[in-house]
Design a protein around this ligand. Sequence first.
Ligand SMILES: Cc1cc2nc3c(=O)[nH]c(=O)nc-3n(C[C@H](O)[C@H](O)[C@H](O)COP(=O)(O)OP(=O)(O)OC[C@H]3O[C@@H](n4cnc5c(N)ncnc54)[C@H](O)[C@@H]3O)c2cc1C
Length: 485
Amino acid sequence: MKIIERTEERILTADVFEREAGGTPRNGTGSVTEAQRELPVYHETDVVVVGGGPSGSAAAAAAAAAGARVTLLERYNHLGGLATGGLVIWIDRMTDWAGELVIRGFAEEVLGRLPADAIAGPTVPEWGSQDAERARHWSMRTAAWHGIVTWSPTIDPERLKLASQEMLLERGVRLVYHSWACVPLMENSAAAGVIFESKEGRMAIRAKVVIDATGDGDIFARAGAAYDSDIEQNDAHHCMNTAWLFGGVDMAQWINFRQGNPDGFSAFMAKGRIDCGLFEKPYVSWRDDIALFMGPRQSGYSGLNVDDLSEVEIRSHRAMQSHLDFYRRHAPGFEQAYMLTSAPQIGVRHTRRLVGVDAVLRSRWSEGTPLPDEVAVSPAVSPKFPNISIPYGALVPKELDGLLACGRHISCDRNSHGFMREIPQCWLTGQAAGAAAALAVRAGVAPRALSVAALQAELVRQGVYLRQADADTAAVDTAQAYAMR
Ligand SMILES: Cc1cc2nc3c(=O)[nH]c(=O)nc-3n(C[C@H](O)[C@H](O)[C@H](O)COP(=O)(O)OP(=O)(O)OC[C@H]3O[C@@H](n4cnc5c(N)ncnc54)[C@H](O)[C@@H]3O)c2cc1C
């Protein structure tokens, strides 16, 4: 086990558990030939969004708001991806270190639709506060870091599913659940739709622009686009686990113990690591009688390997059992705990990252100036850095037309992935990809040839926070800057 400490470049302190030997080897040999077949075209649309996680939901909403006909395919039965089905119900920081809300647009609207009892976090006047008492309070409730109160609430996943779904339906998006996209439809080397599997069998959707919001780059990888898969060892972003919730707890009592008895808490953690092997501490949820476990974080597994996915599920479900036994016996506030639910979506933080015409880069973190093709602004990982400019080029494949990427597989280096994969940033890049796809369809151009000025104007119209680049760098000739070389 390795303990990753919080630094100026990483927000979390986390235990990481390395892969163990085990599992049953495959006994398959050789290959089989699948017969060629004609597929029915299920639907024709302007924009098809593959994946209904935070990025896909925002992309579909933004494309529809910009006037496109939009179809969204999702393999499960709900929207929200890991933020709902993965029980990642802690929405990371949406304010910058001065307390300004910089994650806006779709993100602000969808959270604003949650009923008051479905979202927990500091009030607006507290955002950015450095008051020691308030920071101490919120530090145990997912909303204070480096002594600064942040807007990083916890939410009821069912309410977020519903709010996302209704926002998309209001905008006229066609939602297709229970449908797993397998391969892109290609025409003249460009993506022109997707082929998907469902209970009806295999069908195709034709689209003018495909948005890959699968989180794993399933579609761009199968279309032949280049991607990176290197990892930052000193971050948790290479870990997998299935999250879960315990009900029947008293989180106020737990927090009193954790804050009031640091030695007792250290002894508790040490004993837990020995007794349970894989061990994790709880986070608060949107209610004080429900505890959230987003670990134990397991490294050395691949979210693209079905045996690894199965193994992490098995280990996580066993860990849920051992944690219940241990916490009931030793954790103040957990005496009456019960297994409320484990996540229907396995927690995969990282698999592939697109190689785009540009990228979010660690080398630019200190710059603080808007890039000329800025389509989103992210808070930095710590107050040491200014807000970070997200370029449109991070969504555009270097060498594939007809497709844009958004969410946790956008083009970035491995350090920047640590925050670009967070839910608020996925909402932002999703909104940018959706608006861009719609404008490209309207203009009849490839996404790489889109006018960035027009895209920025549309995003501002949709409530996204953007800044003005310096006059001498403001104009981006995308046809020139993003051309395939
Ligand atoms: C354990 C864990 C803890 C985390 N902690 C935090 C945190 O505290 N705060 C925070 O903000 N972020 C956190 N994150 C990161 C964040 O949850 C994800 O990176 C984010 O949800 C990614 O959004 P996305 O839209 O890119 O992808 P996802 O949320 O993965 O959504 C992708 C969607 O696409 C669907 N899909 C995938 N492939 C296909 C296909 N082929 N066909 C059809 N549908 C498909 C999936 O079913 C899913 O609904 C955490 C992640 C994990 C795993």
